[in-house]
Design a binder for this molecule. Structure first.
Ligand SMILES: [Zn+2]
Length: 489
């Protein structure tokens, strides 16, 4: 008997990102790739046969905005947070990384720094992974071509407010925080030169240019510093409402304007506007797309900003940058998501354990809590659950969570369920509801701002390049994730 396939999954309802509706079919895998997608494939042709039980088969989620190794050592986070990712049907984890405090807690050129990141990462991720890097000083800008050609890093980042506003609210000593030399400044001029550097790399590597891009965290330091002082001093608002008011939406909108103007000035056409959280931010982004039609803007939102508002009982545990916003902003994000004005949805996963997030003594004090939280494990179930309720199609969900980020960030073998592509799958039961409990997550965070929310769909199995890596929330097998040297074939 000759077995043609390594694995056959019978009885699935496949969701194609660019298709319409679902297709009842079987999927055969060979050498980690989708080998055949057709109904009634013969069980005898495969070494292993799994029953898909009529579940929805989404392309493996590409969580394009994660942070691994920010608050806990990379060697720990890489294992536990990628396990949480696998629980949520994520098969590609794209992590924003930089030199400076947190992360590896050191500065220096990426030529020295990044091989260390790759070395620590190797053999630890349960899903495939890559890094977006932030050029923090002039040396890093000069390293962009090498990062592209030698290390397969095709996306870069600017944190617009880091020059003079602290990560968690108050102004820290930013030079110490960023670990840059006394003659370096992390300011708009630096951002301009990053853009020129990324564009120069695009011109140098024309075959890769379409998938070399720059991402920006759009918030303006000066406005946030002034408003933080005011709101904290007035003591009228508390918790998430206070934090939102201290980093007001127009600070995001203004940053979007500045970023877009600089992108035009430097002729850099591939701009990703990360985690737009408010009506003003998103409106600014849409206005800029109208003014600069030659710039290929992509607009990102996070599942946190779609699921939570300032009234959320998670309180300080939902502190994040940009902040969780009032309900009106959340509804605007949904409206624009349904209108097709959002390109992808991410988790912005940043595992921030309870003891790190808010010290026991000061618990409840929004100003002293740390920013960020995990959530990659809830990205797909929450979007299916809340999105379908609001009329978002399953195909569009596959686009938002997989195909669109995969194409933008140079993962050409990911993002769809088609013959020849990597056999990455998230099998979802759209009828199995569950209540989010932090204790069920493989993440070491220990809490979640989504605690107690009931989701109407559950990820039942995750396959990475044809291997079952998670079933019913249980991780299967060793860490099989591979580094994605982008753009991939
Ligand atoms: Zn982030």
């Amino acid at each position: 008997m000759s077995e043609i396939y390594d694995l056959l999954i019978k009885n699935l309802r496949v969701v194609r990102p660019l298709g319409q509706g679902t297709t009842e079919t079987d999927i055969a895998v060979k050498d980690g790739k989708f080998a055949r997608i057709a109904p009634n494939l013969a069980a005898g042709d495969a070494k292993q046969v799994h029953d898909g039980r009529g579940r929805l088969a989404f392309p493996g989620v590409v969580d394009a905005h994660m942070h691994t190794g920010i608050y806990a050592p990379l060697k720990e986070d890489a294992v536990t947070e990628s396990r949480a990712a696998a629980q949520g049907g994520v098969t590609s984890s794209l992590n924003y990384f930089r030199s400076g405090q947190y992360y590896l807690n050191k500065g220096g050129p990426y030529a020295k720094f990044f091989p260390e990141v790759l070395k620590i990462s190797k053999g630890r991720f349960h899903v495939d992974y890559a890094y977006h890097l932030a050029p923090m000083d002039a040396t890093h800008i000069r390293e962009i071509p090498t990062l592209v050609s030698k290390y397969g890093v095709s996306s870069f980042k600017i944190f617009m407010f880091y020059g003079s506003h602290g990560l968690h609210g108050r102004s820290d000593d930013q030079r110490k925080f960023l670990m840059i030399k006394p003659d370096e400044r992390y300011d708009y001029a630096h951002f301009e030169f990053i853009m020129r550097g990324v564009q120069a790399a695009r011109e140098r590597f024309p075959d890769k240019a379409a998938q070399i891009s720059l991402s920006l965290h759009c918030e303006t330091a000066e406005i946030m510093t002034a408003y933080t002082k005011r709101i904290e001093g007035q003591k009228k608002l508390k918790g998430l409402a206070a934090y939102s008011a201290s980093r007001p939406p127009h600070s995001e909108g203004l940053a979007v304007f500045i970023a877009s103007y600089l992108a035009d000035e430097t002729a850099l056409p591939n701009i990703n506007l990360l985690h737009l959280s408010s009506r003003k931010a998103l409106t600014a982004a849409l206005q800029m797309a109208g003014i600069f039609p030659h710039i290929d803007f992509r607009r990102e939102v996070t599942i946190g900003h779609l699921m939570l508002d300032t009234g959320s009982k998670a309180g300080v545990l939902a502190k994040v940058n940009p902040p969780i916003r009032p309900r009106e902003d959340v509804e605007f994000l949904w409206e624009q998501l349904l209108a097709g004005n959002i390109d992808w949805v991410v988790s912005d996963h940043a595992c921030c354990r309870h003891e790190t997030k808010a010290a026991q003594k000061t618990f409840g004090n929004i100003w002293l809590a740390k920013s960020g939280f995990g959530g990659t494990e809830y990205l797909l179930p929450a979007l299916v659950s809340e999105g379908t309720k609001r009329g978002l199609s399953l195909n569009r969900i596959a686009q938002l969570t997989s195909h669109a980020p995969a194409r933008r960030f140079g993962l050409n073998a990911k993002g769809d369920i088609a013959e020849g592509l990597d056999a990455d799958l998230a099998l979802v039961d759209p009828r199995e509801s569950f209540v989010v409990r932090a204790r069920d997550s493989a993440s070491t965070q220990g809490y979640t701002p989504f605690e107690g929310i009931e989701l109407a769909a559950r990820v039942k199995a995750t396959y990475l390049r044809g291997q079952l890596i998670c079933e019913n929330g249980n991780i299967v097998g060793p860490a099989r994730g591979q580094y994605l040297h982008r753009p991939t074939q």
